[in-house]
Write a protein that binds this ligand. Structure first.
Ligand code: AMP
Length: 253
């Protein structure tokens, strides 16, 4: 079985985001970019399934600018076998991403597609769900555990999902789309020798046109604002004063 893993290049999660003065978005110039953290978890899970003999090949795909090749090379250094870069300088919305991924999936015929539950830049949490719908496949979102009972068509995966108030376990028929949650695993670091080896692994280049997908936006961002700063705290002298302030000033009691 082949596992397809989409990986997005996003602003590194440690970077303090700055909004552009004109409010059209966030500053991306000279900002450290990395693989979306949920996608690192997806790559790790795909590698563990391959190492457990449940899959033979892990293919990673990214839709983005030429520099998204760095993100793909990171995934190859972690252990993925092959990469596909769908190159575009446009900001691609989740529906167009899902349509392109459908094109890649139609060509690759994976038995499992492991998608991050959300990209930490746009926080859409849409791509995996839309991809499953476009492909007409079962989906298991927010996975904290994935077990493959039998690989390939006719096979099934048992997925534990994080839901309100607990964990839900479901069976999905393969091929399927699974989206990853934070507690699924701890991604490995790429070793230096593997980073060197990754430079020679195959990387296929495509464009959205190759899949007949338009990246024309359907959504218009009206404004982007910084969250309001936290107000300075105060010290109170007694419990009675604290209760009084919570009652009268904060109105929470
Ligand atoms: P979103 O729906 O934008 O929150 O993204 C959810 C997941 O879809 C991400 O974690 C990725 O696995 C995948 N994804 C979204 N955008 C891209 C992209 N440009 N290239 C590759 N994968 C993507």
């Amino acid at each position: 079985m082949k596992i397809l893993v989409p990986v997005k290049r996003v602003v590194d999660y440690n970077v303090k985001i700055r909004v552009k003065p004109d409010g059209t978005g966030v500053e991306l110039g000279n900002v450290k970019m990395s693989m979306n953290p949920f996608d690192e978890i997806s790559v790790e899970e795909a590698l563990r399934l391959r190492e457990a003999g449940k899959a033979e090949e892990v293919v990673v795909v990214s839709i983005g600018p030429a520099k998204a090749e760095e993100t793909l090379r990171t995934a190859l250094a972690m252990g993925a076998d092959r990469a596909v870069l769908v190159e575009t300088d446009d900001a691609v919305e989740p529906l167009a991403v899902a349509k392109i991924l459908k094109g890649v999936a139609d060509a690759e015929k994976p038995g499992l597609i492991i998608v991050g539950k959300q990209a930490i830049d746009d926080d859409s949490n849409q791509t995996g769900q839309m991809l499953a719908a476009l492909l007409g496949l079962a989906q298991a979102t927010f996975a904290s555990k994935i077990e493959i009972e039998a690989s390939g068509p006719g096979g099934k995966a048992t997925v534990t999902r994080e839901v309100d108030g607990g964990l839900q376990t479901i069976d999905v028929k393969l091929p399927a789309v699974v989206t990853t949650d934070l507690r699924l695993n701890e991604p490995r670091y790429a070793s230096l020798p593997n980073i060197m080896k990754a430079k020679k692994k195959p990387l296929d280049k495509k464009t959205p046109d190759d899949f007949g997908v338009s990246t024309e936006p359907r959504i218009k961002v009206l404004k982007t604002e910084e969250p309001s700063g936290r107000k300075a705290g105060i010290k109170v002298k007694s419990v009675a004063e604290l209760v009084e302030k919570l009652k009268v000033e904060a109105g929470v009691l």
